[in-house]
Design a protein around this ligand. Structure first.
Ligand SMILES: Nc1ncnc2c1ncn2[C@@H]1O[C@H](COP(=O)(O)OP(=O)(O)O)[C@@H](O)[C@H]1O
Ligand SMILES: [Mg+2]
Length: 257
């Protein structure tokens, strides 16, 4: 009892703690290393952009944080939960409540409307009361989907589908948002609109954000950029220390190669 109280009153834990994580995948007769001892800390409410060349392990890192894959070794703690210790049942709850994921593939359910897709996580969690539908309606408004709520995904533009996916990721108010190149399937006009809308809704959820992106303008929204190289954290810098996106890109290039 006493211990629990001390822990609760102690210094704020980091929201994301990745320690010496390694992950390999089978390839041919051998294995390929995707992550090779990566260590990253993200403070509560911090927005961190992950950048790195193709194949540097960015998506693998996000998949491990979302518990979609397991590391070979090392530890990951998200919002105070050590992932390797979670039971199957706790893992289901973790994926449902603790992390909101936004991937390049929108992964919307084709037979459900925009509104039904957004509310699906709430329904699965078993409580869809007024506060939840109010929040869902607010997200639909803020993300410019009001006229689309009764449409199915195949009637939407790519930008609208991705905005539906943001709303679905935020509807449970998860403490951690994991986004993997969310504008990868959008044209540049829709991508620009996406970033504006995301920046508009994030303060309302006060989540910790880990965003994988190769777009310097998108990374400018973060507080810090962490660069992966060959499955390791090769370096990092604060966005306030670079003046503009071109300088950010140059700083990234120095660390990535
Ligand atoms: N499911 C998988 N099976 C086999 N190899 C994989 C798998 N996922 C990733 N890899 C390999 O791991 C490395 C890192 O991949 P990934 O994390 O997708 O990099 P990034 O997102 O930075 O482009 C790459 O060499 C990739 O081919
Ligand atoms: Mg990737």
């Amino acid at each position: 009892m006493m211990l629990a109280m001390i822990e609760n009153n102690g210094p704020k834990q980091n929201a994301i703690v990745v320690r010496q994580v390694c992950k390999t995948f089978p390839q041919g007769t051998g294995r390929i290393s995707a992550l090779d001892g990566v260590t990253i800390d993200v403070a509560p409410g911090e927005f961190v952009a992950i950048m790195g060349a193709s194949g540097s392990g960015k998506s693998t890192l996000l998949h491990l944080c979302a518990m979609l894959e397991k590391p070979d070794s090392g530890n990951i703690r998200i919002a105070g939960q050590t992932l390797e210790n979670l039971s199957e049942k706790q893992a289901v709850e973790f994926r449902r409540r603790t992390v909101g994921v936004i991937f390049q593939q929108f992964n919307l359910i084709p037979s459900l409307t925009v509104e039904e897709n957004i509310l699906l996580p709430v329904r699965l969690a078993g409580h869809c009361g007024k506060p939840e539908t109010d929040w869902s309606n607010e997200l639909i408004d803020r993300l410019g989907l009001s006229t689309r709520r009764r449409n199915r995904p195949d009637a939407l533009s790519g930008g609208e589908q991705q905005r539906t996916a943001i709303a679905r990721a935020l509807v449970m108010r998860p403490p951690v948002i994991l986004a993997d190149e969310p504008t990868g399937n959008l044209d540049s006009a829709n991508a620009g609109h996406f970033w504006k809308l995301l920046a508009g809704v994030l303060p309302a959820v006060q989540a910790t954000v880990l965003l994988v992106t190769h777009e310097p303008t998108a990374a400018m929204q973060a507080r810090r950029v962490v660069v992966l190289r060959d499955g390791r954290a090769a370096g990092e810098f604060f966005v306030q220390d670079v003046q503009h996106a071109t300088a950010l890109a140059a700083r990234y290039q120095e660390l990535a190669h």
